[in-house]
Design a binder for this molecule. Structure first.
Ligand SMILES: *[C@@H]1O[C@H](CO)[C@@H](O)[C@H](O)[C@H]1NC(C)=O
Ligand SMILES: *[C@@H]1O[C@H](CO)[C@@H](O)[C@H](O)[C@H]1NC(C)=O
Ligand SMILES: *[C@@H]1O[C@H](CO)[C@@H](O)[C@H](O)[C@H]1NC(C)=O
Ligand SMILES: *[C@@H]1O[C@H](CO)[C@@H](O)[C@H](O)[C@H]1NC(C)=O
Length: 277
C-alpha cells in the first residue's frame, strides 16, 4: 500500500487537472502490485522484477495475490500460458472479495490446458452475492503459449467487461435494479494461480495431467490497475458502437459455451439476466 501512495497522490493531482486518471500500480517491478502468496517457493519473480512465474508439480501448484484491494478497477495483465502438453492444468487470474463465502463476489478468468496442438479454453464466470453459475467459454484467436497476451477485467458500477488483447469478449451488465445481484459493494483482490485440475479441466476430465512434463510454468508481467470509471474510455459507462461490434465478433467466432443458451441445464428457463438487453 505504502509504495503506491506517492503514485496515487500524483494521480489525484493529475485527475484534478485533467479530469482523467490512469493509475498504474506497476511502473517497473511486478512486485510493486503483486505478491506470491502460496506454493512453497514454486512461484517467484525474475531478477529484473518484470516477470512473475508460477509453477506446478505433482506436489503443489502456486499462486499470487494483489497487495491492494479494489472497488471498481480496470486491471490488465500479460500472461504466457503453459506450453506443449498442458492438459489437466489450469492457469487463473481472478477477482475475489474477502467476506463470507455465502455472499462473496468473484470474476474469473481460467485458462484450461490441453494436449499439444489442441486449443486452450478461456473459461469465464461471475459470482455476485455468493451466486455464480454464469459461465461463458471461449477459444483464443492465437497461440497463448508462445507470447505474452493482455487479459483485462474492466469493472465499473455499470458493467464488467472481459477483454483479450483489447478486444471485449464478454460483458456482464449491472441489472441490480431488476433484482440480479452485481458485484458493487465489496472490495475485491486480484489473484492468480497455476494448479492441477485433471479431474475436470481437459476434455471433461478424460485427459489427465502428464506428470513426466512437470514442472509446468506460466508467466505474468506488466500488471496494471487503473481507475475504470473514466467516461472517456470506450468501456467507462457503456460500450460504444466499435466495442459492441468487437464483442459481437468475439462471441460469434470464439464463444464455445454460454450458460444463457444451455437448455439442458436450464429446462425451466434461463437465469433472468439472460433475457435482459
Ligand atoms: C515444446 O515443444 C517444442 C517442440 O514441439 C519444443 O521445441 C519445446 O522445447 C517444448 N517446450 C517445452 C517448454 O517443453
Ligand atoms: C445477498 O444474499 C443474501 C442471502 O444469501 C440475501 O439475504 C441478501 O438480500 C442478498 N443481497 C443482495 C444485495 O442481493
Ligand atoms: C481441448 O481440445 C479438444 C479437441 O480439440 C476440445 O474438444 C476441447 O474443448 C479442448 N479444451 C479443453 C479444455 O478440453
Ligand atoms: C503494459 O501495460 C500497459 C497498460 O495495459 C500498456 O499500455 C503497455 O503498452 C504495456 N507494456 C508492454 C511492454 O507491453
Amino acid at each position: 500500500m505504502a509504495s503506491g501512495s506517492g503514485a496515487r497522490a500524483a494521480c489525484v493531482l493529475t485527475a484534478l487537472l485533467l479530469g482523467l486518471c490512469v493509475l498504474a500500480v506497476a511502473g517497473g517491478s511486478i512486485s510493486e502490485g503483486l505478491e506470491v502468496s502460496w506454493g512453497d517457493g514454486r512461484g517467484g519473480v525474475s531478477p529484473d522484477g518484470e516477470v512473475l512465474t508460477l509453477s506446478l508439480d505433482r506436489t503443489s501448484g502456486s499462486g499470487f495475490r494483489s497487495k491492494d484491494t479494489y472497488l471498481f478497477a480496470r486491471v490488465d495483465m500479460q500472461i504466457k500460458l503453459v506450453p506443449n502438453n498442458s492438459a489437466g492444468t489450469v492457469t487463473t487470474c481472478y477477482f475475489m472479495s474477502e467476506g463470507p463465502w455465502e455472499v462473496h463476489d468473484e470474476v474469473d478468468l481460467e485458462f484450461l490446458g490441453n494436449v499439444t496442438g489442441e486449443p486452450y479454453t478461456l473459461h469465464t464466470n461471475v459470482y455476485a452475492n455468493g451466486t455464480g453459475g454464469k459461465e461463458q467459454q471461449f477459444r483464443l484467436w492465437f497461440d497463448p503459449t508462445t507470447d505474452f497476451h493482455t487479459y483485462s477485467i474492466h469493472w465499473t458500477q455499470q458493467h464488467i467487461v472481459v477483454l483479450v488483447d483489447g478486444t471485449p469478449i464478454r460483458e456482464f451488465k449491472n441489472h441490480a435494479d431488476q433484482g440480479v445481484p452485481f458485484p458493487s459493494s465489496q472490495r475485491m483482490r486480484l489473484y492468480g494461480s497455476l494448479w492441477d485440475a485433471e479431474d475436470w479441466a481437459t476434455q471433461g476430465g478424460r485427459v489427465k495431467t502428464d506428470w513426466t512434463q512437470a514442472p509446468f510454468a506460466a508467466s505474468y508481467r506488466n500488471f496494471t490497475a487503473a481507475d475504470a470509471s473514466s467516461s472517456s474510455s470506450a468501456y467507462g459507462q457503456e460500450m460504444d458502437a466499435t466495442a459492441q461490434q468487437a464483442l459481437k465478433w468475439a462471441r460469434e467466432n470464439y464463444m464455445v459455451y454460454d450458460y444463457c443458451t444451455d437448455t439442458k441445464r436450464f429446462p425451466q428457463g434461463f437465469p433472468r439476466e439472460c433475457y435482459m438487453a
